[in-house]
Structures are given as C-alpha cells and as structure tokens.
Ligand binder design. Structure first.
Ligand SMILES: [Mg+2]
Length: 210
C-alpha cells in the first residue's frame, strides 16, 4: 500500500513531557512559569514582562542563548547563572516524562516505523525536556530553536519529512494543539490530536499502527 504509515512524528510539550496546568491571569498555563516567578520573588506578570519578545524570539532561534539569558537576567535582576539554574530546575520539576509513551514509541521503531520529534522549545526548555539519552533513539529530532522556525510554519513540517525521507502521505503527526496539526494535514499527513495515552493508542490502532 502506497499510503501506509511509515513514519510517526511526535510533539514533546503536552505529549512526551506532560506539564502541570494551572489557570493564571485567566489563561491556561503551565505551572513552570509560576514556579520560576516564585523563585525569582516576582509576580507572574513581571516574569512574562521580563521574557516578553525575547522568549518568542528564542523559540525561533532568532536570538542566541547567551543573549537571551543576558536580557532576561537583567530584567529580573539576577545573574545569568542563577536564572539558568532556576529555569532549568523549574522545567524539570513541572514536567513529567511520559514513560509509557516512550516505551510505545521505541516498540514501534523496533517494528520498522521511523520515529521522530517535531517540537517548539527555547534553549532552556529544550535542555531540560529533550533528554539526550531518550531522544538519540529517535530517527530524527527537529527542535524550533535549533532550526530557526517553529510550528505552525509549514516549512518546519517539510523539514522533518525531508530528514525522514518519507512523503507526507506516509507520515503521521501527533500534537496536543489543534493549530499545530492543521499545516500537517494540509501537507497530506495523517494527524492525531493527543489527549492522553489511552486515547492515542486507540486512534493509532484505528489507523493500523501497531
Ligand atoms: Mg505541545
């Protein structure tokens, strides 16, 4: 079958790395930011003001790690070393690795599927969440801050397909955000909106992935 799924591409945040969600300022947010603000002894608003556009730029790799740390640490009035330590620790503490899903992904690889990562991260969240020991087992890993673009830019989806050497029709993309699935679907990829492991396993079975 020409359109049989050969590659499975996973998101990380909300899929492999499960964050604790809280409501802050009427928005659903990961508790990581609240934790960082607390450690810095500032309000959540002050933290978001401090990271502001720098944060968005770092996700797209438009600004270097060193420069981003310098700007943010100056805004929150701590040393870059201290900021780095607080942020990395907060990401590690506020995200739980989805061990069952890793196990399942590695099983799929053994069965002949290519497995890959397509994730939006800034430098520090990448360092805390994309653990080399786990991610070196994937056939390809594309992280936004390394490649200078992010989802939902169609180019980043094309990049991962190119790296995997599979046509869109033979790829499945799994993400926990609907807006990130749209470009994948447009390119012809199969998609699954991730809610939890049980729901994902059920949908994969429906697509004949096992
Ligand atoms: Mg996500």
């Amino acid at each position: 079958m020409v359109n049989k799924i050969k590659a499975i591409i996973f998101d990380v945040g909300g899929v492999f790395a499960l964050g604790k969600l809280i409501i802050a300022n009427n928005k659903q947010r990961n508790s990581v930011h609240l934790d960082i603000a607390k450690k810095l002894k500032i309000s959540l608003d002050q933290w978001f003001d401090a990271i502001d556009t720098t944060y968005a730029k770092t996700i797209e790799g438009k600004i270097s790690r060193a420069k981003a740390l310098k700007i943010i640490s100056k805004n929150v009035k701590v040393s870059t070393k201290k900021l780095e330590k607080i942020v990395l620790k907060a990401y590690r503490k506020n995200f739980k690795q989805n061990k069952r899903l890793y196990k399942f992904a590695f099983k799929l690889k053994k069965r002949g599927y290519k497995i890959a990562i397509l994730s939006d991260q800034w430098y520090l969240s990448k360092e805390a969440l994309i653990i080399p020991k786990l991610y070196e087992k994937f056939n390809e890993v594309v992280v936004s801050c390394d490649v200078g673009m992010r989802k939902p830019n169609p180019k980043i989806y094309r990049l991962i397909l190119q790296k995997l050497k599979v046509p869109a029709k033979q790829a499945l993309f799994i993400d926990n955000q609907e807006w990130n699935l749209k470009p994948a679907e447009k390119l012809g990829m199969k998609i699954i909106l991730f809610k939890n492991n049980k729901q994902l396993f059920k949908q994969l079975e429906k697509l004949g992935v096992k």
